[in-house]
Design a protein around this ligand. Structure first.
Ligand SMILES: Cc1cc2nc3c(=O)[nH]c(=O)nc-3n(C[C@H](O)[C@H](O)[C@H](O)COP(=O)(O)OP(=O)(O)OC[C@H]3O[C@@H](n4cnc5c(N)ncnc54)[C@H](O)[C@@H]3O)c2cc1C
Length: 327
């Protein structure tokens, strides 16, 4: 069914986001299985740097829809632009990152185009030309294998599943003149306010240092932030820490927070309740620091440190500092 794979390349402040490199890698795997050529779609304003990056990913085409009306992400305007790119490309499969933007946009576009949509996929393949995916259901307790019978097939893929695509070549750039009637949109983005800090959003982070109720205050999260700064991590939290007002909800990991998939997850003073585990249990390596040796988190952890986080975390930070300074 597939006649080419279109990757939606997310752009943040002019930069091509890392998830796009991973999606191109997934798309190439589908292409090698008979899915057709791989192309990248870029939508926005001031996206020349992102386009130049996408050109180096050894893909057939980079489709670009530029307009001042697309400067800030807005569901309807982006769906309109991407739909026009999709029609031009003729692709049968569209891949998105399972990020806030990717999930929002894919749902809107799939509904508009009458496409099938598999969300939050951890594996993709082609079966007799049809897109097949593995995705968690029931809060990750089981994985479902699904296959699409639709003519147009879409999927959002979790970050940190596929390795970033190797660079090579210089893809053709195809500018698509899109008409966006911003005035008729039912919702308009007036302002984007950064949550602050240069760290990656938890959903895309490769390393996460997370803290629980045991941190006792928002100020004490500085201990975790210091470790995170040294090892290039983002800081997350349990719901108990969020409910106590120590940190904002954007930092919450779990069933009613974010589902993360980093290479390394360091849980500091987090008990390991099932609602927290569903948000981080696919992390490649889990390290738990807890003063209770019977804490449930240790059953999921690859490495456990039984101790007081207020002693262990600064000691770890100092060791990492030394190690990284010595190269
Ligand atoms: C519908 C629903 C949805 C939920 N969604 C989420 C969610 O998305 N995310 C989430 O996290 N939770 C969620 N929860 C809450 C969840 O059930 C737990 O209550 C919560 O995860 C507990 O957070 P915690 O581990 O920080 O706190 P606690 O359960 O209080 O555990 C604190 C841990 O820290 C250890 N500790 C204490 N002091 C120290 C110290 N100095 N050094 C080292 N260790 C120490 C303790 O031994 C303990 O294990 C949800 C609950 C419900 C009912």
């Amino acid at each position: 069914m597939a006649n080419g794979i279109l990757v939606f390349g997310e752009v943040r402040e002019g930069t091509f986001k890392g998830i796009g490199n991973e999606l191109v890698s997934a798309a190439k795997m589908l292409s090698a299985a008979g899915g057709g050529p791989v192309s990248v779609a870029i939508v926005g304003d001031g996206v020349d740097g992102a386009v130049a990056h996408a050109q180096t990913l050894d893909v057939a085409q980079v489709y670009v829809a530029k307009s001042p009306a697309l400067a800030a992400y807005a569901t309807q305007a982006y769906a309109t632009a991407l739909q026009q790119i999709l029609e031009k490309s003729g692709a049968g499969i569209v891949l998105f990152g399972a990020t806030a933007t990717g999930k929002d946009l894919s749902a809107r576009l799939a509904a508009r185009c009458g496409a099938s949509l598999f969300t939050d996929c951890t594996e993709l393949s082609l079966v007799d030309g049809a897109l097949s995916a593995k995705r968690p259901v029931y809060s990750g307790k089981v994985y479902a294998e699904v296959i699409s019978s639709a003519q147009l097939q879409m999927a959002s893929v979790r970050p940190n599943i596929f390795l970033p695509a190797a660079s090579g070549g210089s893809a053709e750039v195809v500018e698509v003149a899109v008409s966006i009637d911003a005035g008729s949109a039912r919702g308009r983005v007036r302002e984007l306010v950064s949550a602050g800090g240069g760290a990656k959003d938890l959903i895309e982070a490769e390393i996460i240092v997370a803290g629980g109720r045991s941190l006792k205050s928002g100020e004490n999260f500085a201990i975790l932030q210091k470790l995170a700064d040294v090892i290039g991590a983002s800081v997350g939290a349990s719901r108990a820490a969020v409910d106590a007002g120590y940190v904002p909800h954007s930092m919450q990991v779990g069933q009613t927070g974010k589902v993360v998939n980093p290479k390394l997850y360091i849980a500091c003073g987090i008990s390991g309740a099932i609602q927290h585990l569903v948000g981080m249990r696919t992390s490649k390596v889990i390290v738990a620091i807890n003063k209770d040796e019977n804490a449930p988190i240790f059953a999921k952890a690859d490495y456990g440190i039984v101790g007081d986080l207020f002693e262990v975390v600064p000691a770890l930070t100092a060791e990492f500092e030394k190690l990284l300074a010595s190269g």
